[in-house]
Design a protein. Structure first.
Length: 371
């Protein structure tokens, strides 16, 4: 019985052995999966680490970007403020330029009027006269052909010879001067003594007063002192050529009137503004070929004498003192006289001016007498 069992089990053992040989190696498979998990975990950690690093880098980049934006905005604001400041400065500068432009135009206009008056004054004969006043000119356009009309009032310069030892005292008040004259004699106190002086009105010579109304041509100039070196037509051509050139201040010429006998010529320009610029150079040299001639250039004036008066001048505020003895220097004497005649108790008052001339000296005193 036992033998039959052994015989029957033989094939089974072989089958079991074969089955065991065909069973997979579960231990090996399990280790491989664990390694995969570790590897995946490691990859995940590295990925998270890399992500975190990238995230930090992105945050840093964002911070830097934000800082750059803030800096840029700040720079833009500063530049905008600077631009606004410059715009304000430019606006103020423009306003100042407008003011200066107006001032320059006013100054130019005044200079033009002064030049025109100077042209008149320089063309008048030299006399011992004092300019009193002028009648204001009417406003005339620069390019107008209407002549400039100016009225001057003249009073001769009064010269009084003062011989030493004498003094002239001018008071601010006419009443004070008349009071001093009425007293006739004045005892002026010095250190320990007095000097008697006589007061009288200075006698001035007869004088003339008159007005001159002058017209200055805006289109014409007169050329004088022309040498007699060419015939009439040749000289007219040379004059026209010279005063036509802009470098000589000239311009288009309407006509030339040459007087060979008088050695003068009147040049009439087309534009009224040319004559004024030409006469600024009073002496000019004209090329006539082999040589140059020197001529005089003046404005064309038409004058009228008006309100001529002759009268004897009497000074109402000036007193002549005579009988002065020399006991002090010139300056000390003037101070002492001023102190004495300023006191109301001596019949005096405020002194405007005083001139004392010592003995053996003389002086010419100039003033305009009250009419």
């Amino acid at each position: 019985m036992d033998d039959s069992l052994d015989l029957d089990m033989g094939p089974l053992r072989k089958a079991d052995q074969t089955a065991m040989d065909d069973t997979p190696d579960f231990n090996v498979t399990t280790r491989t999966a664990e390694e995969d998990k570790n590897e995946i975990r490691q990859i995940r950690l590295e990925a998270e680490k890399a992500f975190k690093k990238k995230e930090q880098e992105m945050e840093q980049m964002q911070r830097e970007y934000d800082k750059k934006i803030r800096d840029l905005q700040k720079t833009i604001e500063l530049e905008h403020a600077e631009v606004q400041k410059k715009l304000v400065a430019i606006s103020q500068h423009d306003q100042e330029m407008e003011v200066l432009k107006d001032e320059l135009e006013n100054a130019t206009s005044k200079c033009q009027k002064l030049e025109e008056k100077q042209q008149i004054s320089s063309s008048l004969p030299e006399k011992l006269m004092s300019f009193s006043k002028s009648v204001p000119m009417k406003l005339i356009e620069r390019d107008s052909k209407i002549p400039i009309v100016v009225e001057y009032e003249f009073i001769p310069r009064i010269i009084y010879p003062l011989k030493g030892p004498q003094a002239l005292i001018t008071f601010e008040s006419e009443e004070v001067a008349q009071s001093v004259l009425a007293a006739k004699c004045h005892n002026v106190a010095f250190d320990g003594f007095k000097i008697e002086m006589k007061a009288q009105s200075p006698l001035l010579e007869a004088i003339q007063e008159f007005k001159i109304s002058t017209e200055v041509s805006r289109q014409q100039i007169i050329v004088s002192e022309i040498p007699d070196t060419l015939d009439e037509e040749q000289m007219k051509d040379k004059l026209e050529l010279h005063f036509y050139k802009a470098k000589n201040g000239g311009g288009d010429i309407e006509k030339v009137e040459y007087n060979k006998k008088e050695r003068t010529a009147i040049i009439t320009f087309v534009k009224s503004s040319v004559a004024g610029s030409v006469v600024r150079q009073k002496r000019q040299y004209i090329n006539i070929g082999r040589e140059e001639i020197r001529v005089k250039v003046s404005p064309v004036l038409n004058g009228e004498l008006m309100n001529f008066k002759t009268f004897t001048a009497v000074s109402r505020r000036t007193v002549l003192l005579t009988g002065i003895q020399e006991v002090l220097t010139q300056e000390e004497m003037e101070d002492q006289l001023e102190i004495h005649f300023q006191k109301p108790s001596n019949g005096g008052g405020e002194v405007e001016d005083i001139v004392y001339i010592p003995k053996s000296k003389c002086a010419l005193v100039g003033f305009i007498a009250d009419k």
